[in-house]
Write a protein that binds this ligand. Structure first.
Ligand SMILES: [Zn+2]
Length: 241
């Protein structure tokens, strides 16, 4: 009868191992690392898009500045070509203005080109970060699927082991189960251990010969506990008594 307690202990140990496995699956850590990486890539992507939109606005303004000067040049040139200005001083002024506008246009065009290059650089950065974000999203989706399937498998194993455990427990006296549970709770999950060649299977304590003699003389139904770890000691043919 007491031998079944060892089977129960076996099932409880198995359950504890499955629960430990469930909480320490490598996919859990991988998933949380990927969540961090994805969030970082997403934030960087958003920041890069903000920078890009600022630079696009600057480039547009730069383009507008060049347009204003171009229109002014066209207007002056038209006036010059029309022959409407005859006064030599006015003509000279107009020519000076055109020269100064040409310099200004060239400067502004350089600035426009630089602004466009900055936009292109920012566009490239946005694209790289969007790619990284998408890659992390795929990896995150994959690891989530892996983790969920591992958890589902463990849940099946756990439910199966639990029900085997319940079947075993129901075949044992309730006071013995109660004692076993009480010891198990306060002793790292161990409530019953085999007495093997005079040693406690729970804590490896070698029992003194006089203690073994007492156990040998006890009735098979008597509950014997290890003095060291409190485990219920289960006697077998190899107990050494
Ligand atoms: Zn012990």
């Amino acid at each position: 009868m007491q031998g079944k307690l060892l089977d129960l202990q076996g099932k409880d140990t198995e359950i504890a191992q499955l629960e430990y496995k469930r909480s320490s699956l490598p996919a859990i850590e991988t998933k949380s690392e990927l969540e961090v990486s994805f969030a970082r890539a997403r934030d960087q992507h958003i920041a890069a898009e903000v920078i890009l939109s600022d630079l696009e606005r600057e480039a547009l303004k730069s383009e507008g500045d060049v347009d204003v000067v171009r229109q002014r040049v066209a207007k002056d040139q038209e006036m010059l070509d029309s022959g409407a200005v005859n006064d030599p001083k006015q003509l000279l002024n107009l020519q000076h203005e055109l020269e100064s506008l040409a310099r200004r246009q060239s400067d502004l065009e350089d600035l426009e080109l630089e602004a466009m290059e900055r936009v292109e650089g920012a566009q490239a950065a946005v694209q790289v970060l969007a790619g990284q974000k998408a890659e992390f999203a795929i990896q995150l989706k994959d690891i989530t699927a892996t983790l969920n399937s591992e958890l589902a498998n463990l849940a099946v194993d756990l439910a199966e082991t639990q029900s085997e455990r319940e079947a075993l427990a129901s075949g044992l006296p309730s006071d013995l189960i109660a004692l076993y549970e009480k010891i198990r709770r306060s002793h790292q999950g161990v409530g019953a251990a085999k007495l093997h060649r005079g040693q406690c299977g729970g804590c490896r304590l070698a029992l003194p010969p006089q203690e073994l003699n007492v156990i040998k003389a006890a009735s098979p139904d008597a509950v014997i506990q290890c003095e060291e770890c409190r485990s219920i000691l289960i006697r077998t043919a190899e107990s050494g008594i």
